[in-house]
Design a binder for this molecule. Structure first.
Ligand code: ASP
Length: 450
């Protein structure tokens, strides 16, 4: 076989699952780009659409319009006007694509159901449902309604195993398919959605069910950036990142992919490729379970952070030999139903970093309880802290990374208030005062990216 034939045969054997976000399916023009992408590769067999998103700055997403329909109907008012606008959006896509498709009966049924108590999740889910029907017709792929295959338990939690069994059996029957994102059903048959942005999760669930070679998540950016472009000018893109690194970066704020979308694909060891529908020539960011690729030039994969933290500092002589000291301090926090972010400690000092917003109403109670449980020499609460996470798998192999982080901060005249290095050695977290946040983050980025 010559090389081209081999490549073609190889592609045939692969299965790719693609999810397109709302901005990638906002109008007929974008549907055109989506079709080009899907048909460019025969292994792109299963497609998950979001509902139509914004076409321009102050446009409204169809999902938001559907929530509005639900609210209006729940208030006992007429939804015809806003529902009419939703129909217009879909009709203009159908017309723009020149499809011979009439959704009149669907619209009638949906409008009737929303006004007859079908529920908030049902209303919201119809954005993906209708977009799925249109996309399936346009691609000439089978339409597969996730209401029959993606299941939630009675407590509302996604039932991964039941879903995987049913969905993989069903998808095995289809050569190609469009599966609307964002929803599934409860044991009693009512529709339930994931949280906002949940089509990412559906894509991941489908990828696991068909044991895809890759899950391509198509959106409107070229993938992940090494830093927030609002803080750092023109930051570099990330080509390759592990699930673990991504988890650290997204926890602190980098958001392109829904947090829960990682779990199904990670479980099955499937890589995720973030791609740009408006720039398919760019390879985007590849998210992989593991890699041996350590980049000696780029020690860090990304730097991110968040404002809005407080630290409780506790001091007591001989604290280190007192049994149960840490447990009691944490108990005082747990009692308020709050989880802590970090807990750096010294010999006679211990600090707990908490989310300021969460302790607003119970700060005094926590301090009083700590005082009565461990009788410290002093307790102080410091507010206005920002955390910065410097993340990179290559840090394990490199010496002097922490030094460079500190040097960058010192040269930018930023005082570091707290340091925490995860035991896995792929992240260093520092605390700085909120006013220093942007300055410190920029300085760290430029120290590592020359
Ligand atoms: N359409 C839903 C939302 O706007 C889900 C999604 O787009 O992933 O949140």
């Amino acid at each position: 076989m010559d090389r081209q034939m081999k490549e073609a045969a190889n592609q045939q054997a692969q299965v790719k699952v693609l999810k397109f976000g709302g901005s990638s399916l906002a109008d007929a023009e974008h549907f055109g780009k989506v079709k080009e992408i899907v048909t460019a590769d025969p292994s792109r067999r299963f497609v998950i659409p979001s509902a139509p998103g914004k076409r321009f700055g102050n446009d409204t997403k169809v999902t938001d319009m559907l929530y509005e329909c639900y609210n209006i109907s729940a208030a006992g008012e007429d939804i015809s006007e806003i529902f009419g606008k939703i129909q217009e959006r879909y009709n203009s896509i159908i017309e723009g694509l020149g499809l011979d498709l009439d959704l009149k009966d669907e619209y009638e049924h949906i409008q009737w159901a929303i006004t007859h108590h079908a529920g908030r999740d049902y209303a919201a889910s119809r954005g993906e449902y209708l977009n799925g029907i249109i996309l399936a017709a346009y691609l000439n792929y089978d339409f597969i309604d996730p209401a029959h295959f993606i299941h939630f338990a009675d407590n509302g939690i996604f039932d991964a195993e039941k879903t995987n069994g049913l969905l993989s059996a069903e998808l095995a029957k289809h050569e190609n398919g469009v599966i609307p994102g964002f929803y599934g059903s409860m044991p009693n048959g009512t529709i339930r959605t994931f949280s906002r942005g949940g089509s990412d999760i559906t894509g991941s669930i489908v990828a696991r069910a068909v044991l895809a070679d890759i899950y391509e998540n198509w959106t409107d950016v070229n993938g992940f950036l090494m830093a927030d472009p609002r803080i750092v000018d023109d930051p570099k893109g990330i080509d390759l990142i592990t699930y673990k690194e991504l988890r650290e970066l997204s926890y602190m704020g980098a958001s392109v992919l829904h947090e829960d979308a990682i779990f199904p694909v990670r479980f099955a060891g499937i890589p995720v490729n973030i791609r740009n529908t408006n720039n398919p020539a760019d390879n985007g960011t590849m998210i992989v379970p593991h890699t041996n690729k350590y980049d000696t030039k780029n020690i860090i994969t990304g730097v991110t952070g968040k404002k809005g933290f407080s630290v409780i500092n506790i001091e007591k002589a001989m604290m280190n030999s007192e049994k149960g000291f840490g447990r009691k301090v944490l108990e005082a926090i747990e009692n308020e139903g709050i989880s802590f972010e970090h807990m750096p400690s010294g010999i006679d000092t211990m600090s707990v970093v908490l989310n300021s917003h969460e302790i607003e109403h119970c700060k005094e109670r926590i301090v009083n309880r700590i005082c009565s449980l461990v009788e410290p020499d002093s307790v102080t609460v410091e507010e206005g802290l920002a955390l910065i996470a410097v993340v990179g798998r290559s840090m394990v192999k490199a010496k002097g990374t922490a030094l460079r982080v500190f040097k960058a901060c010192a040269e930018a005249d930023v005082n570091i208030r707290m340091i925490d290095q995860g035991s896995s050695e792929f992240n260093i977290i520092i605390g700085v005062m909120e006013d220093d946040f942007e300055k410190a983050l920029g300085a760290i980025y430029h120290e590592f990216v020359k």
